[in-house]
Design a protein around this ligand. Structure first.
Ligand SMILES: Nc1ncnc2c1ncn2[C@@H]1O[C@H](COP(=O)(O)OP(=O)(O)OP(=O)(O)O)[C@@H](O)[C@H]1O
Ligand SMILES: [Mg+2]
Length: 258
């Protein structure tokens, strides 16, 4: 059985301490500290260019911070590349990542992690088991439009793709999910699929860092909301204690006429 349940970790999974990041001369993150804990969704919001994607890419191992410390499970860690982050259970989920259009849903779900028969997993593919397992996961997710796990992935909507990718990452033991605008250009219904997959990941004890401009999507699933402005954390609030309007004002304060 694959490791599907990581349990709620009492430890912070990832901590960023005083992160500074420069692209050449330009400083785009200034002294950012952030803690990602198990069983928690953090909504990361802020204006265009405020540094959200850069922050996510640092955790994903794509960029190394100019200065500051990253701790994973309490240990100072240098994330040199995406493979290293992934090996630690940190999984960025991209819109088109690792989904092959012509393969069936179940083949996609188990892509590169196929279950085989035989004592050492060297035999034929255990297709029956994989189909059933994939069916169960998708049913749990409530993707009601999907009739069969034999259908090719090309027939999935954008939201269903994202939801499948999130579910797959959770199933194979990710501890931290990184999502950069996963609902961009999706219809409300499709976005619902993604939000449901995010909630399910949280329930399983994962930590989710979720970037979205659409506060209507972020607020209902986030536990905490962190607002970035020009590379600095300007607010950090419990999602239940702020309305969409209030949050919008924190992101883009009304112009002052003084
Ligand atoms: N690879 C790069 N090289 C140079 N500058 C970059 C690079 N990536 C981003 N930037 C700059 O860094 C700043 C922060 O960009 P980032 O993509 O992190 O912002 P963001 O908050 O994700 O914005 P958006 O909401 O528009 O996606 C921007 O000014 C951007 O132009
Ligand atoms: Mg971005």
């Amino acid at each position: 059985m694959a490791n599907r349940s990581v349990g709620v970790s009492p430890l912070p999974l990832v901590e960023l301490l005083h992160i500074v990041h420069r692209y050449g001369e330009t400083e785009v993150l200034s002294d950012v500290s952030l803690t990602l804990s198990g069983g928690e969704v953090i909504g990361l919001v802020g204006d265009n260019g405020s540094g959200k994607s850069t922050l996510l890419k640092i955790i994903a191992g794509y960029h190394q911070p100019t200065s500051g410390v990253v701790r994973v499970l309490g240990r100072p860690t240098t994330l040199r590349n995406a493979g290293q982050s992934r090996a630690l259970g940190i999984e960025p989920v991209y819109q088109d990542l690792a989904i092959l259009d012509d393969l069936s849903l179940w083949r996609n779900f188990f892509l590169g992690k196929e279950r085989r028969r035989g004592r050492f997993g060297l035999g034929l593919l255990n297709a029956r088991w994989m189909r059933k397992e994939c069916e169960t996961r998708l049913r749990e997710l409530g993707l009601s439009r999907i009739q069969s796990v034999e259908m090719p992935a090309r027939l999935l909507s954008g939201g269903e793709r994202q939801a499948l990718a999130v579910t797959r990452a959770v199933y194979f033991g990710a501890k931290v999910l990184l999502l950069d605008e996963p609902t961009a250009s999706l219809s409300a219904r499709e976005a619902g699929n993604v939000l449901q997959a995010i909630s399910a990941a949280r329930q399983r004890g994962l930590s989710v860092l979720y970037i979205d401009h659409n506060l209507h999507h972020v607020l209902p699933v986030a536990d905490r909301v962190v607002v970035l402005e020009h590379g600095r954390v300007v607010s950090e609030l419990r999602a239940s204690q702020v309305t969409e309007d209030e949050l919008q004002r924190l992101i883009a304060p009304p112009l002052s006429h003084t």
